[in-house]
Design a protein around this ligand. Structure first.
Ligand code: AMP
Ligand code: ZN
Length: 113
């Protein structure tokens, strides 16, 4: 059994503030929010990052896209928001389980990095 942090959150072994869940996907509030709305959306299945996906597993990203859209509506992010997935050390990834950040609720900087 994986001792990856987000696998543990997906299994309910570590508490999280869940905002969406289905069989394959979980979304929860980031513990250290960088914006008024900061939600993480993860596949329950472990993939190290976007780069670990293959033809069989990549469709999870389509499903996640629709969850992101739904959450953006629920959190009234119609004025805009940002979706980020960090990949690897140079990409700033600290938790090596694929996740998408939803950042919103404020006008974000146009700077990318
Ligand atoms: P990244 O740097 O892209 O790997 O993002 C990892 C994110 O996970 C960071 O924004 C952290 O604040 C967040 N994080 C770490 N531990 C937890 C936790 N237990 N619950 C919720 N978010 C977490
Ligand atoms: Zn994991």
């Amino acid at each position: 059994m994986s001792d990856c942090l987000f696998c543990k959150i997906a299994r309910g072994e570590i508490p999280s503030e869940k905002v969406f869940e289905n069989e394959r996907i979980l979304a929860f509030k980031d513990i250290n929010p960088q914006a008024p709305v900061h939600i993480l959306v993860i596949p329950k299945e472990h993939y190290d990052s976007l780069s670990a996906l293959d033809e069989d597993s990549a469709p999870i990203v389509s499903e996640i896209a629709l969850v992101i859209k739904r959450l953006a509506e629920e959190y009234s992010l119609g004025a805009g928001y940002r979706v980020i997935t960090n990949i690897g050390d140079n990409g700033g990834q600290t938790v090596h389980h694929l996740h998408f950040h939803i950042l919103g609720g404020v006008k974000l900087s146009e700077k990318m990095c």
